[in-house]
Design a protein around this ligand. Structure first.
Ligand code: NAD
Length: 295
């Protein structure tokens, strides 16, 4: 299939490379010349604008930093995706953004004769490289079935969450919970250490007890409990605290608009903000344990 791909960063770069490997023809656009050069070397054609990438394509995928970029790339009257996409061409946005913007872009796409799916991902850069991402898709059933073969070139699991916007809702609710559970595990591990139990013993008890969760048994924030966790390599790699802070911002904003309290989410946002202020925003988010005192 002829695919337009816009946004070739940490995630989009390897996702585009996997689509090429799966046999699709890609026309790409990014603001970064280096990202374009890499994609060209891998076999993609380079377009001069989102509009030109869309004009050449039967499906368009975007993987951009935040809502402002998504709005600009789709809606710009002169050189946006909608200015170039032929009627009937489906559009997929895999960026993590707020559900309201996803719906706004979907409405504009519909008015232009295009279907639009929000399809944010989990699995991180490692999953993007390995082609094992999970896609949380907001789309009607017919569109979801149409998009599945394309998404299969980049991921292993595709879940239809409901209508437009629900992919983003699933993504921000999951990350809200993850942010909070990581803080809970960090707090418990640090308290245990200070009160005098061996941290490895404490972790093994938690992991066979009711406190067990992904943050305790797969990404424990206490160093050297799990050899492959970011905590055991100075919190490098993994999911950056600044990205978690961005996702918490989306969740807290969406909650404010819905007048729905998120007591712990708001507190978690402040804790990751404090981590970021201390210059630790590039560390894996499990580095939040550093707020509890020295290792
Ligand atoms: P990134 O900053 O590495 O890449 C974004 C790319 O978009 C860059 O190459 C940038 O040049 C390009 N870009 C920005 N504005 C543009 C424009 N107007 N036109 C064309 N290109 C433009 O970001 P990333 O880490 O690849 O993340 C992308 C999205 O995926 C974000 O919404 C992020 O929250 C989400 N996400 C990231 C991860 C992760 O682990 N990095 C995991 C899951 C979801």
């Amino acid at each position: 299939m002829q695919i337009g791909f816009i946004g070739l960063g940490h995630m989009g770069g390897p996702m585009a490379a996997n689509l090429l490997k799966a046999g699709h023809a890609l026309t790409v656009f990014d603001l970064s010349p280096a990202a374009l050069e890499d994609a060209q070397k891998a076999g993609a054609k380079v377009a001069a604008s989102p509009r030109a990438a869309a004009e050449a394509s039967e499906t368009v995928i975007t993987m951009l930093p935040a809502a402002a970029h998504v709005k600009a790339v789709y809606l710009n009257e002169d050189d946006g995706v909608l200015a170039g996409a032929r009627a009937g061409v489906p559009l997929i946005d895999s960026s993590t953004i707020d559900p309201a913007t996803a719906r706004l872009v979907a409405d504009a796409a519909r008015a232009h004769g295009n279907s639009f799916a929000d399809a944010p991902v989990s699995g991180g850069v490692v999953g993007a490289q390995a082609g094992t991402l999970t896609f949380m898709v907001g789309a009607d059933e017919a569109l979801f079935e149409t998009l599945k073969p394309v998404l299969a070139g980049m991921g292993k699991n595709m879940v239809r969450c409901g209508e437009t916007g629900t992919g983003q809702i699933a993504k921000i609710c999951n990350n809200l919970l993850l942010a909070i559970s990581m803080i809970g595990v960090a707090e418990a591990m640090k308290l245990g250490e200070v009160l005098g139990i061996d941290p490895t013993k404490l972790a093994s008890i938690i992991n066979t007890s009711t406190g067990r969760c992904w943050s305790s048994d797969t990404c424990n924030p206490y160093p050297n409990i799990l050899p492959n966790a970011p905590a055991s390599r100075g919190y490098s790699g993994g999911f950056g605290a600044d990205l978690m802070l961005k996702d918490l911002g989306l969740a807290v904003d969406a909650a404010r608009q819905a007048k729905q309290p998120v007591f712990l989410g708001a507190l978690a946002q402040q804790l990751y903000q404090s981590m970021s202020q201390q210059g630790l925003g590039d560390l894996d988010f499990s580095g939040i344990i550093k707020l509890y005192g020295k290792e």
